[in-house]
Write a protein that binds this ligand. Structure first.
Ligand SMILES: Nc1ncnc2c1ncn2[C@@H]1O[C@H](COP(=O)(O)OP(=O)(O)OP(=O)(O)O)[C@@H](O)[C@H]1O
Ligand SMILES: [Mg+2]
Length: 396
């Protein structure tokens, strides 16, 4: 199965938009990178974000919707157009096709029909422009201080500098992000600039907001002032991820521990979640809750990889931990407080240092594991449903 298609969703009614997003996301074959209630704004979004497809809700606003279909067909002939609606008469469907829609989908969609429609759109896009390659990897822990940032930093560094695949790391700890300390490079721009420039954000502008660590390795900083976190909405993150996917091989997300709408948007969007736990009882207790909530969110088992950090061999046997969590441990990282402490002091990730720490080899192995896993997850179309986004009101 090919890389998920990036789309914008356009429609007047927020409820229908949200249901449409849920149907699409549940297939794992589509990434919604922006939505709009305004049919005119949709044209600007296509110009800005260059999505592969536009999903246009025709209900109640037929004239505006079909005008948009014609406009996209004229100005962006490589954009796949899927029209959809809940109460559309046969004539509306015919008019949508005449205006230039590639597909029409009645809602609620029959799962088989939805699959077929997406297959045809994938084939259509395959004939035209090349698909995007970037993959989003979220590093998450249900408990603070488990090593989420350390792992995100080192996996990203290994992908970029050891495996030579252009990578960007995004700091989603919106109030107190701390990536500058890990790299010894101060940012000039941050996610705040993404939010403040939402109307004109494109990949060139977004690239100018990244902080360069080394060739092929960048980070997108959290707001420079904690109070600016309020300016950032989940929709800004989706837009940024969608754009970054068009140019980077890997987008690694350092996520906070709270399951708020921003974190949910990030986890939903991720192709792979590295779930970090420690081996102590409190960590295992919270990690078990985390795994349960991921299941309720509809995430496929394949989307989640459990990492055991700071593991000392004399601790609880791995089999016991797996039994408690009901989940296989995908990777184990050793305890080495000295190496991680030194890395922060010199502003250079362990994996790029001369350190003799076992963590150097382990982070490289982990990055190797992540890269093929991503390819596999893309080909099996794994992606979480946005069920939880709906619960949390994931948009703005
Ligand atoms: N494998 C390891 N061995 C020893 N110390 C480690 C290891 N991994 C992380 N640490 C240390 O644990 C502390 C917490 O790590 P880190 O900041 O990466 O966790 P976090 O989950 O991102 O925390 P926060 O909740 O603050 O975001 C840091 O001092 C870090 O150096
Ligand atoms: Mg952290």
């Amino acid at each position: 199965m090919p890389v998920p298609i990036s789309v914008i969703v356009v429609g007047k009614d927020a409820q229908v938009r949200s249901e449409t997003r849920a149907y699409l996301a549940a297939t794992g074959r589509v990434h919604v990178i922006a939505e709009s209630a305004d049919y005119q704004r949709a044209v600007e979004l296509i110009e800005q974000l260059q999505p592969q497809g536009a999903v246009i809700i025709v209900d109640g606003e037929e004239a505006a919707a079909l005008k948009l279909v014609r406009e996209i067909g004229r100005a962006y002939p490589h954009t796949a157009i899927l029209c959809t609606g809940q109460h559309c008469a046969g004539e509306t469907i015919v008019r949508a096709y005449r205006a230039g829609a590639h597909e029409f989908l009645m809602q609620p969609p029959d799962p088989q029909e939805l699959r077929e429609v997406l297959e045809r759109l994938e084939a259509l896009l395959g004939e035209g422009q090349g698909s995007r390659t970037g993959r989003v990897i979220a590093v998450y822990s249900s408990r603070g201080g488990s090593g989420t940032t350390t792992i995100a930093v080192n996996v990203a560094a290994a992908l970029a500098r050891r495996m030579h695949q252009e990578t960007v790391l995004v700091d989603l700890n919106l109030q107190y992000g701390c990536l500058p300390v890990f790299f010894g490079v101060e940012p000039t721009y941050s996610l705040t600039d993404v939010a403040h420039n939402e109307a004109r954000l494109d990949i060139q502008l977004l690239r100018s907001f990244l902080t360069k660590v080394a060739d092929g390795f960048y980070y997108l900083a959290a707001p420079l002032k904690p109070e600016e976190a309020d300016d950032i909405f989940p929709a800004h993150l989706e837009m940024a991820f969608g754009l970054l996917r068009t140019q980077f091989a890997h987008i690694v997300l350092d996520t906070p521990h709270i399951l708020d709408p921003h974190t949910i948007a990030a986890l939903d969007h991720a192709d792979l979640i590295l779930l970090v736990t420690l081996g102590d009882l409190v960590s295992l207790y919270t990690t078990k809750r985390g795994l349960e909530v991921f299941r309720r969110m509809g995430y496929e088992a394949e989307k989640i990889r459990l990492l055991l950090n700071r593991y000392k061999n004399k601790e609880v046997p791995l089999g016991k931990i797996e039994e408690v969590l009901g989940q296989k441990i995908a990777f184990t990282l050793a305890e080495d407080a000295r190496a991680t402490w030194e890395a922060i002091n010199v502003g250079k990730p362990v994996v790029l240092s001369e350190s003799k720490s076992p963590l150097v080899r382990q982070f490289i192995e982990l990055a190797k594991l992540v890269a093929p896993m991503e390819a596999a997850s893309a080909s099996s179309g794994e992606s979480g449903r946005r069920f939880f986004s709906a619960l949390f009101g994931g948009g703005r």
